[in-house]
Design a protein around this ligand. Structure first.
Ligand code: FPP
Length: 252
């Protein structure tokens, strides 16, 4: 019997993700609860986002240490544009500052920065900071940190459908040849594997329009912790829970 097989009862066994020396290759995170964290302390919401940026740094470092290859964080959704103008402005300023501040650390730790979403919607200074960091870190190979910005799963799928329709109309694509692989190759995430583990903080049981196609077989871990309180030990707990899961990908 392999070390990955657990005997539950004499005639029942199943396979776990129990090679604990191997972390999930790709972790995706819905970073929720910044506003509640601030409210509990009588602070403005932006203070929660600022503290949330510290958690992004801590979790990125932890992923690099643990050997995770891809980390995708939901930093700003297409729906977040409906928030008050001051909060959007503060979040964009925080994003620009975060990218500039983190760049030396990303280089030092061999971390590549990437972004997914309707990036043209971002203010010009954010786009410039992002492009600069993406280009500067392009050759790094330890971990890829992917910021989902002005992102939603539905808009990503719509953009992919448009791309494929244009290809078909131009005569470069036979519609009969569209399959899961061809569709995946039209998504923003075409260069990344699907997430193995999705973490959502603050206890909400929703996908909130995040990576709708890519999460089909992802293990989901929800914690009550608010994102600004989520740290390295919480990441380790999430990975430990993942290692106890049975992944069958629709098989038996
Ligand atoms: C959700 O919490 C969080 C966001 C909409 C923004 C996430 C942003 C950060 C973690 C900080 C900046 C990130 C980077 C990469 C610089 P919420 O505001 O909806 O919280 P609530 O549900 O408690 O109100």
């Amino acid at each position: 019997m392999s070390k990955d097989t657990v005997v539950l009862a004499p005639c029942v066994s199943f396979v776990l993700n129990s090679d604990v020396s191997k972390p999930p290759r790709h972790i995706a995170i819905i970073m929720d609860g910044n506003g509640r964290w601030a409210r509990e302390r009588g602070l403005p919401r932006i203070k929660g986002h600022e503290q949330g940026a510290h958690s992004v740094r801590a979790v990125t470092e932890a992923c690099a240490e643990l050997g995770v290859k891809f980390l995708t964080v939901y930093a700003f959704s297409t729906e977040n544009w409906k928030r008050p103008r001051e909060e959007i402005g503060a979040l964009m300023a925080l994003l620009e500052q975060f990218i500039a501040q983190e760049l030396p650390g990303l280089m030092e730790n061999n971390i590549r920065l990437q972004a997914i979403g309707r990036l043209a919607d971002l203010p010009n200074n954010c786009q410039r900071a992002l492009t600069n960091a993406i280009e500067t870190t392009a050759g790094n190979t330890a971990l890829t940190l992917i910021l989902a910005l002005s992102y939603s799963g539905r808009s990503e799928i719509i953009d992919a459908v448009r791309t494929l329709c244009c290809e078909a109309v131009a005569g470069r694509l036979d519609p009969e040849k569209v399959d899961a692989a061809r569709f995946s190759a039209a998504l923003y995430t075409r260069d990344f594997p699907d997430p193995d583990l999705l973490i959502r903080t603050s206890g909400e049981m929703r996908l909130s329009n995040f990576l709708l196609w890519q999460l089909s077989y992802t293990e989901i871990y929800v914690t009550e912790k608010l994102w600004p309180d989520f740290g390295k030990d919480d990441l380790r707990d999430a990975i430990a829970a993942y290692h106890k899961r049975e992944r069958r990908f629709g098989g038996v």
